[in-house]
Design a binder for this molecule. Structure first.
Ligand SMILES: Cc1cc2nc3c(=O)[nH]c(=O)nc-3n(C[C@H](O)[C@H](O)[C@H](O)COP(=O)(O)O)c2cc1C
Length: 158
């Protein structure tokens, strides 16, 4: 039986719904990544996240690095920001030391895909075995159950 953890960030609950569904299906531990300072409204988030991308400074989170000691599969979820994963999620994941684990990315967006974020994930976790990602956008809703059933990850709910 494989132990899994779902690490995710969700500002407005869209990505959280997917995180919850995955955790429910596999009995996963759940880690919600919380930035130290909330991003606030859509407009202030756009401004701040844009500046953070340019500044490249480390962004503080209040969440401790996930304890992945006995965990084989890590689901990683986030909203797409500026075509990629939010910068602070990237900073946080670096601290989690994903190593050679199976990593399964998922994201929600307005319209963009997840490919750029998967590339980012590869730079953070070059040894990880990254599985087929899931994206659901306002333009095109993904089929979550079909994706989960098609994943090459054998897991049983605890
Ligand atoms: C700062 C910011 C940047 C965003 N950038 C993009 C983007 O580049 N492409 C896109 O399709 N959607 C973008 N969005 C929309 C979010 O990805 C989308 O609303 C997502 O589903 C929100 O998920 P959540 O409810 O879990 O926070 C952006 C939203 C915010 C707040």
């Amino acid at each position: 039986m494989r132990k899994s953890t779902v690490i995710y960030y969700s500002q407005n609950g869209t990505t959280k719904k997917i995180a919850d569904a995955i955790a429910e299906r596999y009995g996963s531990d759940v880690v919600s990544v919380e930035p130290r300072d909330a991003y606030g409204s859509y407009f202030s988030s756009i401004l701040r996240a844009g500046k953070e991308l340019l500044a490249k400074d480390y962004i503080e989170v209040t969440t401790l690095p996930a304890d992945l000691e006995d965990v084989e599969v890590v689901f990683v979820g986030f909203p797409i920001w500026y075509g990629d994963m939010p910068k602070f999620v990237k900073d946080y994941l670096v601290k989690c030391k994903l190593g050679e684990r199976i990593v399964v990315p998922f994201a929600t967006s307005g319209a963009n895909g997840i490919d750029k974020a998967v590339k980012t994930l590869r730079t953070i976790a070059p040894q990880a075995r990254i599985r087929r990602p899931f994206i659901s956008s306002k333009k095109e809703k993904g089929d979550l159950v079909r994706w989960l059933e098609g994943l090459d990850v054998q897991m049983t709910k605890e």
